[in-house]
Ligand binder design. Structure first.
Ligand code: ARG
Length: 566
């Protein structure tokens, strides 16, 4: 790379949020990406990292997909392998899709409805293929004859998914599900040909339907994608497929990564973890670097869960006292401040969703530093005017800083918290995500965050508050174990309501009711600071994912050195 691009100002701070930077349809060249972590899996059924879902958009097509659109339209799936959106009948219980003609796998075999059905069958084999989302299982399984996936001898069950002909697929759900098109946009339903399936090893050599296929993967160090010769642009309304190659360098430490990214060696940080402190510091004094940065919301909500099954948090007045006592400014600083921490919030839905509303059920005073009189009144109502002792659960690092800020906030009204750090690697599976662990350590409060698996109100809120979605065995996101029949009933009503305006109103009612329970103390809607290299074209933060839409990008020129083996 020459030094010339360094002198050139970028499109401006935040130019890639809600709009496209450097629009172009130039084809060719190599898009150079970098990541500290390796992919969780290249088997589309086994990935959960958001950035790998974005990478999957290069490799695989799904019946529906989020369009290449930086605006609000990006939140609504459009037909991809399908000819049109799902046709719903029977009150959102039956969903029918018709596949486009002429789509091939990268081995040249045609994609049929049986390959989509087979992908759905694989999701049921969680013993062989763990790691991906499983929303389809309860919707399609028969509890009286549970289906265990395609690998058990002689079982070809799943009568709820029908393929009357090679281009038609019909899903018969057990209960209505209005967001079904969103589930059909998740990578786990990318078609898999039975003839190529190697079970747990499929990710080592996956068949692809997108514009690219895997040319090589050296785990922990490099991933190279090349054009899929059997992808036909004419059948794909979503993907511009501009570069000839996508080269991912894996395994750099975050500061090294930032250094080499801003020096021009890479175009984009694929993983999207955002610039670290050192780079943020350099940015402050460098208008050129600053003009190449975006500061979007990630759609993650940071919050503290209050646990009604751990006394004295069983008393709603105790939970409300904590809400009023929260020093919101201190908590935001603990998260990293307004730029890399996030936007303060007193409500739950991220601002991009239609049901987002201004809701401040537990005001914290004009300076947002806490309304201590209101907190004390709640403590008196709970019969605990002098406060009490309790434990807050967290993990080391940023979550610990949040816990410390909570401790400081509530100490002002006599609530004496001790901090319990749980293991980072298993925090969501066996720590905060395990009702048993919470009881074992008597955790009355827990620091956590959450991002939706698909950008709808259901995708965002149901896992946090629907009593039927509590997972006693771990990986539980309804951490407070809220099981309010009225909340559950409202959610069911939305799932078979077709009218969007009515659904928006119903979700607002759910949110108000959840806030009444005071089991979720919202802190911030998370934000990150991303750098876009000057070679990259069509750069924008995808509204459905909160990270750059890698598949939309091209490059303005060919890099000096290109090396297409791993
Ligand atoms: N729901 C998971 C979490 O909050 C993952 C969210 C982002 N990943 C995704 N593929 N949408 O940790």
């Amino acid at each position: 790379m020459s030094d010339a691009p360094k002198l050139q100002e970028g499109a401006g701070w935040n130019a890639g949020v809600g709009a496209r930077v450097a629009p172009s349809d130039r084809r060719g060249g190599t898009l150079r990406l970098v990541s500290s972590a390796d992919v969780d899996s290249l088997d589309p059924a086994r990935t959960y990292y958001v950035w790998v879902w974005l990478l999957q958009r290069l490799l695989n097509r799904t019946l529906m997909a989020y369009p290449t659109d930086p605006g609000p339209a990006g939140l609504v799936p459009v037909p991809d392998l399908a000819e049109g959106p799902g046709v719903a009948s029977d009150g959102n219980r039956t969903w029918t899709y018709r596949l486009r003609e002429g789509v091939l796998f990268d081995d040249g075999t045609p994609v049929t409805s049986a390959d989509v059905r087979y992908a759905v069958q694989r999701i049921f084999a969680q013993d062989v293929l763990p790691g991906g989302p499983t929303y389809l299982v309860p919707l399609l399984d028969d509890p009286d004859r549970p289906y265990t996936g395609p690998y058990r001898d002689g079982v070809d069950g799943l009568p709820s998914v029908l393929t009357p002909d090679p281009r038609t697929i019909v899903f018969r759900l057990r209960s209505p599900f209005s967001d079904f098109d969103h589930l059909m946009a998740q990578p786990c339903v990318s078609p898999v040909p039975r003839h190529a399936d190697t079970g747990a090893r499929y990710g080592e050599d996956p068949r692809c339907t997108g514009p690219y296929r895997v040319a090589g993967h050296r785990p922990g160090s490099r991933l190279l994608l090349e054009r899929n010769p059997h992808w036909d642009r004419a059948t794909d309304p979503v993907r511009p497929a501009l570069p000839d190659r996508v080269d991912v360098t894996i395994g750099l430490n975050p500061d090294d990564m930032d250094e080499r990214l801003t020096a021009g060696e890479f175009d984009i940080n694929l993983e999207g973890r955002g610039l670290q402190h050192a780079a943020q510091h350099r940015l402050a004094g460098d208008p050129v670097l600053r003009s190449r940065t975006d500061n979007p919301r990630t759609s993650f909500l940071h919050f503290v869960s209050l646990q009604p099954h751990i006394p004295p948090f069983d008393n709603v007045h105790v939970r409300r006292a904590v809400h009023h006592a929260a020093d919101k400014v201190l908590l935001q600083e603990a998260r990293g401040g307004p730029v890399t921490g996030g936007d303060l919030t007193t409500a739950l839905f991220p601002p991009g969703l239609p049901s987002h509303q201004d809701l401040d059920r537990y005001p914290t005073g004009p300076g947002l530093r806490g309304d201590l009189d209101a907190a004390r009144a709640e403590l008196r109502a709970a019969g605990l005017p002098d406060g009490f002792d309790a434990v807050i659960g967290t993990q080391r690092g940023k979550f610990r800083l949040v816990a410390d800020a909570v401790v400081e906030s509530v100490a002002r009204v006599g609530i004496r918290l001790t901090v319990k750090e749980l293991d980072v690697a298993t925090y969501f599976s066996q720590g905060a995500g395990s009702p048993e662990t919470i009881r074992k350590h008597g955790l009355g409060m827990i620091v956590t965050d959450w991002g939706a698996d698909f950008p709808t109100e259901y995708g965002f809120l149901a896992p946090l508050v629907d009593g039927r979605l509590i997972r006693p065995g771990g990986g539980n996101w309804n951490i407070a174990e809220l099981d309010d029949p009225e909340v559950n009933r409202l959610i069911d009503t939305v799932l078979h309501t077709a009218d969007p305006a009515t659904r928006t109103d119903l979700w607002r009612e759910v949110e108000r009711r959840v806030m009444d329970h005071a089991v979720i103390l919202p802190l911030v809607h998370d934000k990150t600071l991303h750098y876009r290299g000057p070679r990259a074209t069509n750069v924008f933060v995808h509204p459905a994912f909160g990270l750059y839409d890698i598949q939309a990008m091209g490059v303005t020129e060919t890099a000096d050195r290109e090396n297409d083996t791993v």
